[in-house]
Each structure stands twice: as C-alpha cells, then as structure tokens.
Design a binder for this molecule. Structure first.
Ligand code: 8YV
Length: 314
C-alpha cells in the first residue's frame, strides 16, 4: 500500500516521528518558512502535522495547493492563522483536554513554590546558610488564600478545583458566569477580579483577542502583595507593565511558565527575586506528551479515513 504524504513542521520527539513514519510518507521541516524548499511531490500533501510556536500563515498554506488539514500538537493554536485556514477550506485540529491535569498541577505547584519560597529554601540548605544563619525568614501560606482564575475554561477549572481542595476562596473572571460550585464568585471585569484576590491565575487562550488582557490596570489592582501566575501564553499579559510593577514593588510576585519572546525571555526577569520562572513546561511530561502525539495522529487518521475529526478547531 502506498502511504499518504504528510508534512511535519516544527519540533517532534523521535517517538512521534517514528509513529508518523510508520503510517505516512513523512517530510520533516523545522519551520513553516521552509515549505518552499520541499520537493514538489511533498508540496502536493493534503495534510500537515504542526508543532511549533512560530506562525504558519495563509501565504505558507498557499504553497501547499492540496492542503486540507493542519493537525496541531498543542491545545493552544495561536501559531496557526485559523481564519486563513478556514478561508482556504483547511481544517485545523488541536490536542485539548489531555494536558489539563499537568498544566493545572504546574500552576498550583508554582503558586505554592512562590508562596513558600521553595527556590530560596533549597538554596538556603545547599549554600550552608541554614547552619550559618539559622532559620530562613518566614514565607507566606498558599492554602486558604483568596485566589482568582482569569479564564475559567477547562484548564482554569482544573486549577480552581485544586485550589478549592486547598481551602482557597475561589473568584473567577470569564466572558460569562459559568456553572460552578456554590460560593465561587464571578467578576465581569478582570480589574475587579484582581482587586478581590491575593493571587491571580491566568488561564486564557492565546491569540489576538487576549493580547495584553492582563493589563497594567489588572496588575496594579493585584498590588504590592498580589501574585500573578501565568501558565497560558506570554501574550495574555502586558509584560512590560508586569516587569515595571515587579521591579518597583507594585506587584508582589509572579510565577511564570510562559513569556512573550520564548525562549529569549526579557533579561530583566532574571534579576527578580520575587519571581519563579519555568521554561514553558505545562504539558511537558512523558504521559501528556504521549497523549498529545496520539491525539494529533488520531486526528490525521480520522481525516484520511474520511471520519469525523476528534478535536476540530474550525
Ligand atoms: C505546547 C502548549 O504545545 O498545548 C499548548 O497550548 O502551550 C504546549 O503544550 C508544547 O510546548 C509543545 O510545543
């Protein structure tokens, strides 16, 4: 049987490449800018497997005249110009839900680490300060705090459920009120949310609509004792305003897994003691990345079998 052609664009693990090679005539490139370099036979492909945070545009799609589907590795699909894909009749799929637990775990873990100053605590022991100077200065509680979730989608809800189990008082902001447990407080305005809480978790989808959604006003409302936790996209926060506020003590602290210019983050972050940093690892576990790869391939298989797509975006 001849295999269908598949163009894989971006970074993939060997296991995913092997799995795609088993089923397709695979052409692998690391960036959509390299589509033009592919041989003509590859550019006749009907399908693309995508795994990149750099953009794929309508112009890139036009270089693939037979293109019918872009199957993305990731829940967020802000790197794909979905309106351009739709205009060309190209289906887009993503890999939602399978990563919810890991991303929510990381958000809560980073919140606890930031509050309890775990990085400093580790250093206190390693550097010998415990023996030399005695007990570390007191940190802050993570349990029983008042917390806000900005964006109560599927990941936001998992974060809220974990925080509720930690006896936190839950506030949230989303476009409209959601079906939530009694006692959770809805705020129609993100500034009102930030004013009401000790810590705010950003769980918004990325893309043009949410760019800078966590604005200077939201950051000011969180205030000198407030903490911002972001596991969504760097673009959702006004990063310049956040850096200013962190440097000047107008924002208490932050725990960040995502940044504007990954992996070349603003060097100002490195000097900040009140910030916990992670290199976009929300979904970065063997279990979840396996599940994401499988879901990406299941969408491709469904497409080639003429069956309904499992997780269609458009
Ligand atoms: C990335 C993510 O996909 O799912 C998302 O939206 O941000 C991550 O899981 C991952 O970094 C692979 O590029």
């Amino acid at each position: 049987m001849t295999h269908s052609t598949l163009i894989a664009i971006g970074k993939f693990r060997e296991t995913d490449i092997d799995a795609m090679r088993a089923d397709y005539d695979l052409h692998l490139i690391d960036d959509a800018r390299k589509i033009a370099d592919l041989p003509a036979q590859a550019r006749a492909a009907r399908a693309v497997a995508y795994s990149s945070h750099s953009p794929i545009t309508g112009k890139d799609m036009d270089l693939l005249p037979g293109l019918e589907i872009i199957a993305h590795f990731g829940a967020g699909y802000d790197s794909i110009d979905v309106p351009a894909a739709s205009a060309r009749g190209v289906k887009v799929t993503n890999t939602p839900d399978v990563l919810n637990d890991d991303v929510a775990d990381l958000a809560v873990a980073m919140f606890i680490m930031q509050a309890r100053e775990m990085n400093g605590a580790d250093g206190w022991v390693r550097s010998g300060q415990w023996a030399e100077r005695g007990a570390m200065p007191l940190a802050r509680s993570a349990s029983a705090r008042t917390v806000g979730i900005c964006g109560l989608g599927r990941i936001g809800r998992e974060i809220a459920d974990r925080l509720a189990a930690m006896k936190c008082e839950i506030h949230y902001h989303s476009r409209s009120p959601k079906d939530v447990p009694e006692g959770w407080t809805y705020h129609a305005d993100p500034v009102a949310l930030a004013s009401a809480v000790d810590a705010c978790f950003v769980a918004l989808v990325g893309g043009a609509e949410t760019e800078g959604y966590v604005s200077a006003a939201v950051i000011e409302a969180l205030g000198p004792t407030g903490v911002l936790v972001n596991i969504s996209r760097g673009s959702t926060v006004d990063e310049a305003a956040m850096l200013d506020a962190l440097e000047n003590g107008r924002l208490g602290g932050a725990a960040l897994d995502v940044f504007l210019d990954e992996p070349h983050i603003d060097p100002r972050f490195r000097a900040l003691k009140n910030v916990l940093l992670a290199p976009h690892i929300g979904s970065a576990t063997v279990q979840t990345r396996n599940a994401m790869g499988q879901l990406q391939r299941d969408n491709l298989a469904a497409f080639f079998a003429g069956k309904p797509l499992l997780t269609a975006v458009n």
